[in-house]
Design a protein around this ligand. Structure first.
Ligand SMILES: [Zn+2]
Length: 94
């Protein structure tokens, strides 16, 4: 039984949760159980790392936006929303 339970699914609508860093179901918007998503600490670490990588890429890329387009913008929006959702995270300056 537990072997079948590899992919977390939203308990409300059954949507497969591909993105454990997002605390809400991407389909129905319900808050997911904490066991299904990253902890605040883990999320902070992931977001900080991605933000640094993105800044590094933007710096090395120089001018222009990312070639692959809207995916990056979407991720960026989600990240910003999450940072707003957790008090103090945006003050991190590691
Ligand atoms: Zn859902």
């Amino acid at each position: 039984m537990s072997a079948e339970y590899r992919t977390p699914r939203c308990p409300y609508c059954g949507f497969t949760v591909f993105n454990p860093r997002y605390p809400k179901c991407e389909k129905c918007g319900e808050q997911l159980p904490e066991s299904m998503v990253l902890s605040k600490e883990a999320l902070t670490a992931v977001l900080e790392q991605e933000r640094r990588e993105r800044e590094r890429k933007q710096r090395s890329a120089g001018s222009g936006t990312a070639s692959s387009g809207s995916d990056l913008d979407t991720i960026s929006d989600i990240t910003d929303g999450l940072l707003d959702a957790f008090d103090g995270l945006s003050d991190l300056d590691l």
